[in-house]
Design a protein around this ligand. Structure first.
Ligand code: PLP
Length: 448
């Protein structure tokens, strides 16, 4: 290891408290130091090049090193580096981005509220749905139904909406009035039934929860189209149509968290469009700027926006960096490039089907119980016994081993328990998909 790497690692160890990191587990080796990136590849301080099968944290949709984004940022920094849009002011980058987003969004969505991140977007959605019902004269409609094992961010509200037990076990109580229903994770929780039956069962559990709570007390249901951090969980085909039917029977808002699925991941601009959903609110972030600068938001349907506006009075909510001009300018350019280069259509028509064909071949591997993908998100379920689908006794150990072996093989994957995940930049080529699958197979072979 070079002395520069060692120096960075020592400083890192001394001063940097990392997100989602067991600092004890860093061991002798320390953190990998990433120094630069281009296209779908990242480079570390030891001169190694890795195919980034995770697009950073599911966000670098347009790939690394796009000069156009750097140039727009520099220009905007010179022109107007900061101004807010509170108190009767606005500025061109945020206005133009708002217009573009609403043009891309489903027809019934014509307004956006900007935030700095996906967590803030979900905090905003939570406050907004409760405020909406209060304005409608139904202040008792306060409970939000979310799903087990969901991830909606790390702020107190994001964590509370999320259904991740380890997160909820830390940092004290969360936001009251949030309850959870089963996730449509067929491989993990439903294999005794057919996928179709299990999808219906999860939707029925949502309806049972609404009836138990009383429709008059339920404000909203929040879910991702495909759960990302939970394990790239693609619901059975029956799930969303049944959930739509349930929600149509009750007056409950639908919040679709598009933080990962938005901006092309599933081969449509929004995951909602893939599943034919008509959300009332759509939290967004990540791919909005391809991760180049931090920006998020909530796309707001006419139904909710008109109530917020027509009721008058102020919604006492917002962030210093809501609609930050430099972030907004970069996000707009990112959307323009995704559009001009036909990236989303290519995921739908070419790369998504291509990945599915190559990735599902891994299902024949002795360690793999299921290989699934949709658009450019995919997962491998690792099993100790292929015939029965039995899991390993120590979940995570094998997942982490495969993840580490894939790094050795030059590929970044993520492990969630014994599920290995990929979510590469959307500009990946067919050849690079082949490279990704070959490297994943090499890691599996070494782990077996
Ligand atoms: N919602 C989903 C579905 C996410 O995957 C994430 C982050 O991974 C978030 C919200 C939180 O976004 P952020 O990390 O930008 O706060």
């Amino acid at each position: 290891m070079s002395s520069t790497t060692r120096e960075w690692q020592a400083l890192d160890r001394a001063h940097y408290l990392h997100p989602f990191t067991d600092h004890q587990a860093l061991g002798e080796e320390g953190s990998r130091v990433i120094t630069r990136a281009e296209g779908v590849y990242i480079h570390d301080s030891e001169g190694r090049r890795l195919l980034d099968g995770m697009a950073g944290l599911w966000c670098v949709n347009l790939g690394y090193g796009r000069r156009e984004l750097a140039e727009v940022a520099a220009e905007q920094l010179r022109e107007l580096p900061y101004y807010n849009s509170f108190f009767k002011t606005t500025h061109p980058p945020a206005v133009r981005l708002a217009e573009k987003l609403c043009a891309l969004a489903p027809d019934h969505v014509n307004r956006v509220f900007f935030t700095g991140s996906g967590s803030e977007a979900n905090d905003t959605a939570l406050r907004m749905v409760r405020h909406y019902w209060a304005l409608k004269g139904k202040p008792r409609k306060q409970v939000v139904i979310a799903r087990d094992n969901a991830y909606h961010g790390s702020t107190v509200a994001g964590m509370s909406l999320g259904g991740m037990a380890p997160m909820q076990g830390q940092g004290g109580p969360g936001v009251p009035g949030i309850v959870h229903v089963p996730q449509p994770y067929w491989f993990g929780e439903g294999r005794e039934r057919t996928p179709a039956a299990f999808g219906r069962e999860c939707a029925a559990a949502l309806e049972a929860k609404i009836l138990e709570l009383g429709e008059e007390n339920v404000a909203a249901f929040i879910a991702e189209p495909v759960q990302g951090a939970g394990g790239a969980i693609i619901p059975p085909d029956s799930y969303w149509p049944e959930v739509r039917a349930v929600l149509a029977r009750y007056d409950i808002l639908l919040v679709v968290d598009e933080v990962i699925c938005g901006f092309g991941r599933l081969g449509e601009w929004f995951g909602s469009q893939h599943y034919g959903l008509q959300p009332d609110l759509m939290p967004i972030a990540k791919g909005l700027s391809s991760g180049y600068l931090p920006i998020g938001g909530v796309l707001v349907s006419d139904r909710v926006a008109e109530t917020l506006i027509e009721a008058g009075g102020e919604f006492f909510h917002g962030f210093t960096y809501s609609g930050h001009p430099v972030c907004a300018a970069v996000a707009l350019k990112n959307l323009e490039l995704l559009e001009a280069e036909g990236v989303v259509e290519r995921v739908r028509d070419d790369l998504g089907p291509y990945l599915a064909e190559r990735w599902t071949r891994l299902a024949t591997h002795p360690l793999v119980g299921e290989a699934r993908s949709l658009g450019l998100i995919g997962a491998l379920e690792l099993v100790a016994d292929k015939a029965s689908g039995r899991r390993f006794d120590k979940a995570l150990a094998v997942g982490n081993l495969c993840r580490d072996l894939s790094l050795e093989a030059g590929l970044v994957m993520r492990s969630v328990g014994d599920t290995l995940i990929i979510s590469p930049p959307l500009v990946i080529t067919r050849d690079q998909i082949d490279e990704l699958v070959t490297r994943a197979r090499r890691a599996l072979d070494e782990a077996a």
